[in-house]
Design a protein around this ligand. Structure first.
Ligand code: ASP
Length: 432
């Protein structure tokens, strides 16, 4: 329908300070005649800071460690500092930012009445609202014509707060109604990643790092020509450069390979991003915002070639050994119940194995949810919990890499399936 629309996504690191905004402006200058939908995350580490505000606000009075107003003040100060560098002391964007932050103040002035996940979404979404306001104003300031779009009027989700499930039909309808009309007035449309809206107009979020997914949703609904993610790395690498010295950038990847890698936890792209793009055959370019002219990695429908070993490390893993109280076998009937409990508490199983009298699963530590699940399971089952572990997954493994990555570690649980090796290990040092 709109073959020339491109969707660009800029993550938090690419807009962390005033210089970073200027860099994004320079990248976008080269596209000033192209219709672009620009999806932005919150600035720098704003989402983490907003999460701390939610925690402080929701914790009971006697356990309150932090003052949510003080924490909010820090977030505001950083935004105002960047604003003053970009625009000077007087600019209409200050009023827009004030209106954005006042929404947090209205909520935290009253005692918490609503559920944690609902409050989380109303507060944490403000990071993307503020960043998108700033970027739109900045692009116009440097004479690139841009409109601001409220993503909550386009991306419709259900009310699963913190993990909104997309209503694709409604989202497609709203996106096709609103975005081309805006693009006929300005070359660029800037909107927020990570957030959506329910039918009742409540804000939802799509899960941490969800801005990539937002961009893919918009690319899908607009039949975009391509999608481009700008990151602080050169493209998709064979491992996390903070953990491994020798990593390689991959020039091309298939959608399938990218789905597998992100499923196992590769942080470079949000796992839900690839499928919508694959369905419409939209190429995904992953590039560096510091070297935007370099080709990065292109993810398309290619026949898989020989990939080098790719390593994904997931910290904060927990092993749960679940057995019946009378030590009878764990049967399919038990498993049915157990899976329901994991699903109900929205805890994803990373690895599992059923043995005679125990069922072992590896999950990621998510404090509140896991505590709830454990309390429920403890009613009927005996639990042994091992914390502080790491899950290492190696795609396209060979003996050499398995040996080198397991050195000096206790392997508690391992699995080899169709070219993928996974192991849960203890006592890993931070640098290799
Ligand atoms: N700002 C959100 C986060 O930090 C979403 C994103 O950046 O993709 O998780």
């Amino acid at each position: 329908m709109n073959p020339s629309i491109k969707v660009f996504k800029f993550g938090g690191a690419s807009i962390q300070d005033a210089a970073a905004f200027q860099n994004v402006g320079n990248i976008l200058k080269k596209y000033q005649n192209d219709p672009l939908v620009i999806v932005v995350s919150a600035m720098g580490k704003t989402t983490n800071a907003l999460e701390r505000i939610v925690k402080a606000y929701m914790s009971e009075q006697e356990h309150k460690k932090d003052d949510p107003f003080k924490l909010l003040e820090e977030v505001k100060q950083h935004h105002y500092l960047v604003t003053s560098i970009l625009f000077g002391e007087d600019h209409p964007v200050y009023a827009l930012l004030n209106d954005t932050f006042v929404e947090i103040e209205w909520i935290i002035e009253d005692e918490p009445q609503d559920e944690y996940d609902y409050i989380y979404d109303q507060l944490v979404s403000i990071g993307e609202m503020a960043a998108s306001r700033l970027l739109t104003a900045y692009l116009n300031h440097i004479k690139l014509s841009a409109s601001w779009l409220d993503a909550r009027d386009v991306i419709r989700t259900d009310d699963t707060f913190r993990e909104g499930r997309v209503d694709w039909d409604m989202t497609t309808k709203q996106s096709q109604q609103k975005i081309p009309a805006l693009l006929s007035k300005t070359n660029f449309v800037v909107t927020q990643g990570f957030i959506g809206g329910t039918q009742e107009n409540f804000t939802t979020t799509l899960g941490r790092e969800g801005s990539d997914f937002s961009a893919a949703i918009l690319a899908y609904t607009l039949d975009a020509d391509s999608m481009h993610i700008y990151k602080d790395v050169q493209g998709v690498l064979t491992g996390d450069p903070r953990l491994f010295k020798e990593v390689q950038k991959m020039d091309r990847l298939s959608y399938r390979e990218a789905i597998e890698m992100t499923y196992y936890g590769a942080k470079v792209i949000h796992p839900k991003t690839i499928k919508p793009l694959e369905n419409k055959n939209i190429p995904l370019h992953v590039k560096s915002f510091l070297q935007p002219d370099e080709p990065g990695t292109v993810i398309t429908k290619i026949v898989d070639v020989d990939y080098p070993p790719v390593v994904v490390v997931e910290p904060n893993q927990v092993l749960l050994h679940i057995s019946t109280r009378d030590f009878s076998f764990v049967t399919e009937r038990h498993l049915g119940y157990l899976f329901q409990q994991f699903d109900k508490n929205r805890i994803k199983i990373n690895m599992m194995q059923n043995m005679a009298i125990s069922f072992t699963v590896c999950v990621t530590e998510r404090s509140e949810r896991l505590a709830k699940l454990l309390a429920e399971l403890e009613i009927d089952f005996k639990l042994v919990v091992e914390r502080g572990l790491e899950l290492i997954t190696i795609r396209h493994y060979d003996d050499k890499i398995v040996k080198s990555l397991s050195e000096g570690k206790v392997i508690l649980f391992e699995e080899y399936i169709r070219g993928t090796m996974s192991m849960v290990v203890k006592n890993m040092s931070q640098t290799r």
